[in-house]
Design a protein around this ligand. Structure first.
Ligand SMILES: NC(=O)c1ccc[n+]([C@@H]2O[C@H](COP(=O)([O-])OP(=O)(O)OC[C@H]3O[C@@H](n4cnc5c(N)ncnc54)[C@H](OP(=O)(O)O)[C@@H]3O)[C@@H](O)[C@H]2O)c1
Length: 416
């Protein structure tokens, strides 16, 4: 029985994380094409931070409540919402409203939990998988055998881009803001990762590709990288702008570079797309990507899990940029374990991994189980840093479990 009211994360005003408090509001009703989901977990994304600051208001018709992705079970359906029965476990790209006990989403934006997933892992999927599919494969047209440079390789978006590039036969290079994050990118399958604070990524890409350049760039930095991004592109290269965290106004572009190397400069935002467009991406994901998740060849990297009433702390961690992968809010515990329960997690980051400024009291391990995906073992066999043992002692020496070093916080991008 669905209650009349629910708990949700209210943003009392535009501002810092402290504006996020728990409130009570009416449970939303699904429109004809929507389902109502009892939320077990909700992903946290950079665009939520921008929305909290008042820089990225919800589009017309969307819930003003924060939260773009959820996992839970369907408890009600609109008259035209077909495809998932009541009780089905789904994860959904929501148009808003995820930081709450109940959330509506168009049924076409829902996907089943991959095999062996729990709510936390399922909730960490939609926003980055929809975004990366659209930008890396639809706009960026990454083809088998091609190379991609993923800026911000340790971000939620970057982690997914590295894994999917590999899954579809591409070769990824990444940039990140610390050696620890670079090691994590390589552990996830990047051929090489460049610490942009200590080396010039354009010079490194030229060296790594013997002057050829890369076929695709997924950029989240924007204007300050534009000139060097153009330099890094191979013939017929595609630059895909996913975010402009450090500025969007480009001062100079030599059009002759575009002509001579037949370059494409493109980009996109996910949230304003129509339900039909998002539904088409969901269909692609289910057919082409979900089998890789079911088989454990790719999956989310969970950095930390917070209870719903500590959404402010999750935002603090996100803004500190210490994290690798995803931050997730756990809204309600699942009543039954996922099936099958034995599939190891891809990579699990625990509260121990989170350094200041996050308060450890507010964090808890992502899960009791602690495993690694075969892909990690493959990387280890290549002589890399990520050993196959992973217990509390080994963790201290493991690149994917080394203590985080907080880096400076960049200007906030407002798109998503
Ligand atoms: N277009 C779309 O549809 C769409 C959808 C979702 C998200 N996004 C955008 O994609 C970006 C990543 O999102 P996310 O949720 O994955 O965020 P995230 O996990 O918080 O990662 C963002 C990362 O960007 C890096 N960064 C921050 N400021 C930077 C700067 N000035 N220069 C270089 N790197 C910087 C940081 O890593 P380092 O320590 O390596 O610097 C940070 O960890 C965000 O900007 C978000 O708004 C776009």
């Amino acid at each position: 029985m669905t209650p009349e009211t629910m708990r949700y994360v209210a943003a009392t005003a535009a501002g810092g994380p402290e504006v996020l408090t728990i409130g009570s509001t009416t449970v939303p009703r699904p429109r004809p094409d929507e389902v109502l989901i009892r939320v077990r977990a909700a992903g946290v994304n950079r665009p939520d931070v921008a929305q909290r600051k008042g820089l990225y208001p919800a589009p017309p018709g969307a819930s003003p409540i924060l939260g773009l992705e959820v996992a839970g079970e369907v408890v009600a359906a609109g008259t035209e919402a077909h495809g998932f029965e009541i009780g089905s476990r789904v994860c959904a790209l929501a148009n808003g409203g995820g930081y709450a006990e109940y959330c509506v989403a168009p049924v076409t934006q829902c996907l089943p939990w991959p095999k062996g997933y729990d709510a936390v892992r399922a909730a960490a999927l939609p926003e980055t998988y929809f975004t990366v599919w659209a930008n890396l494969f639809l706009h960026g047209r990454l083809a088998r055998g091609e190379t991609v440079l993923v800026h911000g390789g340790s971000s939620g978006i970057g982690v997914t881009a590295i894994q999917l590039a590999r899954e579809f036969g591409g070769r990824a290079y990444a940039t990140a803001g610390s050696d620890r994050k670079c090691a994590a990118c390589v552990g996830l399958g990047a051929e090489a990762a460049i610490n942009y604070r200590t080396s010039d990524f354009a010079e490194r890409i030229a060296a790594l590709t013997e002057g050829r350049g890369v076929d695709v760039i997924i950029d989240i930095v924007g204007a300050p990288y534009f000139e060097r991004n153009i330099k890094c592109l191979a013939m017929d290269g595609r630059l895909v702008e996913v975010a402009t965290q450090a500025g969007s106004k480009v001062e100079a572009l030599d059009l002759f570079d575009v002509m001579r190397r037949r370059l494409t400069i493109t980009g996109s935002t996910m949230r304003p797309r129509t339900t039909a467009q998002k539904g088409a991406i969901a269909k692609d994901l289910r057919e082409k990507v979900w089998p890789a998740l079911d088989a454990g060849r790719a999956g989310p990297v969970i950095y930390a899990v917070f209870p719903l009433d500590q959404a402010a702390e999750a935002h603090r961690v996100m803004e500190s940029s210490v994290h690798v992968g995803k931050l997730v809010l756990e809204v309600a515990a699942s009543e039954t374990p996922p099936t099958p329960p034995s599939l190891p997690r891809f990579v699990v980051w625990t509260a121990r991994s989170v350094a200041a400024p996050a308060s450890r009291a507010t964090l808890r391990p992502a899960a009791a189980s602690h495993g690694h995906h075969p892909q990690s073992a493959k990387v280890a066999r290549r002589g890399d840093r990520h050993g196959s043992r992973c217990n509390s002692d080994a963790d201290r020496n493991c690149s994917l479990h080394a203590p985080a070093g907080a880096g400076p916080v960049g200007p906030t991008d407002v798109r998503g």
